[in-house]
Design a protein around this ligand. Structure first.
Ligand SMILES: Cc1ncc(C[n+]2csc(CCOP(=O)(O)OP(=O)(O)O)c2C)c(N)n1
Ligand SMILES: [Mg+2]
Length: 360
């Protein structure tokens, strides 16, 4: 059980492919979801500055490839435990820009209907589980989902994302231990963006997390987190192994937090050269160069994405604020709603081009 590095790290010649399982349409779709993620978050930041988004605002600028690439490798019947820098996962599963922007603004038509602030949301109908804020408790939720899949003998997989800072908490070890012991079908994606608020990596761990995975009896794989195709391929392989009964995988996605922890953080503590170095590895620029080289009409795609975000913004701004009389609806289980995970029937938009649907 070796620790390995997936895909050619760092350098990607335009047109070079990191996965044989992706068609050109898939590769363009990866770019589309990354553009959507960046565009929606930029729009949300503007709305925040206009006072329309309460609290603070958290984004995943520069990290788009991590959630987009890995979510793209998951099947309709799988479950995703999504964290605060992983908007791309919601988008790949088909959540619309309007519902996301409505969520950030606390509107009735947002994903939680105004019941939570900007990032703690998930839509069961598309297989996304709402985020628990305590880090990294979603690792335990994903492990529990995988345990249920195993007990029911269902060929399904759970995936979750979490940051480098999360690896210093006990829950990380509990989830890894149980998943390893039970050989559960779960994928842990460590989003190593080199900072946990202001704490840099060299103050975070003495042993790299990919090596820790081996300590719990399963592989740790380091992936170029700024390459959506490498993320896709590593996740696809991990899922295949999980479904075959091979147990969990830890993927360490190497990336960089390009903005402050949240809108209120000017990240004075991050060296400018470090940011500049990572700007050269921007995942959108790289994917754009690849598919442009292969003949994709990237300009038309950009226009399509901008139009979708413009329309979504108008729709979200027109949404009403929630009716206070409904505040406790959907907070406690009342037997009315189907909260049972499992039917896999989801109003997909994003996954239509995913590899799994083609039986790849
Ligand atoms: C147990 C716990 N402690 C503190 C926080 C507050 N908090 C939210 S995000 C964050 C930074 C986490 O860093 P990392 O895990 O590296 O994720 P990143 O924000 O870099 O993506 C902190 C301290 C929390 N949510 N849960
Ligand atoms: Mg971090």
């Amino acid at each position: 059980m070796a620790t390995k590095t997936a895909g050619p790290e760092g350098e990607h010649a335009p047109g070079g492919v990191a996965s044989e399982h992706l068609t050109l349409d898939d590769r363009v779709a990866l770019l589309k979801y990354m553009l959507l993620m960046r565009g929606i978050e930029e729009r949300a930041m503007n709305l925040y500055r206009q006072g329309k988004v309460p609290g603070s605002f958290y984004d995943g600028y520069g990290q788009e490839a991590v959630s987009v690439g890995s979510a793209f490798a998951m099947a309709a019947e799988d479950r995703l435990c999504v964290l605060h820098r992983d908007l791309g996962a919601h988008l790949v599963r088909g959540v619309t820009p309007a519902r996301i922007l409505g969520q950030y603004m606390g509107r009735d038509g947002g994903v939680t209907g105004g019941r939570d602030g900007n990032i703690h949301f998930g839509d069961f109908r598309v297989g996304c589980v709402g985020m628990v804020s305590m880090l990294p408790d979603m690792m335990l939720v994903a492990t529990g989902l995988a345990m249920a899949f195993k007990m029911r003998r269902e060929a399904r997989c759970a995936i979750t994302w979490f940051g480098d800072g999360s690896t210093s908490r006990g829950d990380f070890h509990e989830a890894m231990n149980w998943a390893g012991l039970q050989r559960l079908p779960v994928i842990f994606v460590l989003e190593n963006n080199q900072y946990a608020y202001s704490t840099p990596l060299d103050q975070q761990f003495a042993v790299d997390p990919v090596e820790r995975a081996q300590g719990y009896g399963f592989p740790g794989v380091r992936v170029d987190g700024n390459d959506p195709e490498a993320m896709f391929e590593a996740t696809r392989e991990a899922r295949e192994r999980a479904i075959a009964g091979g147990g969990p995988t830890l993927l360490e996605a190497m990336t960089m937090r390009m903005h402050g922890h949240a809108a209120h953080d000017d990240m004075k503590y991050v060296p400018k050269e470090q940011v500049e170095e990572w700007r050269q590895k921007d995942p959108i620029d790289r994917q754009e160069a690849r598919v442009r080289d292969l003949g994709a009409d990237v300009d038309a795609l950009r226009e399509e994405v901008t139009a979708a975000i413009d329309a979504g913004t108008q729709e979200a701004l027109a949404m009403a604020m929630p009716d206070p009389a409904t505040a406790t609806d959907r907070v406690f289980y009342d037997g009315e709603e189907d909260l049972v995970l499992g039917d896999g029937a989801a109003p997909w938009s994003g996954f239509a081009v995913g590899a799994r649907d083609r039986g790849a």
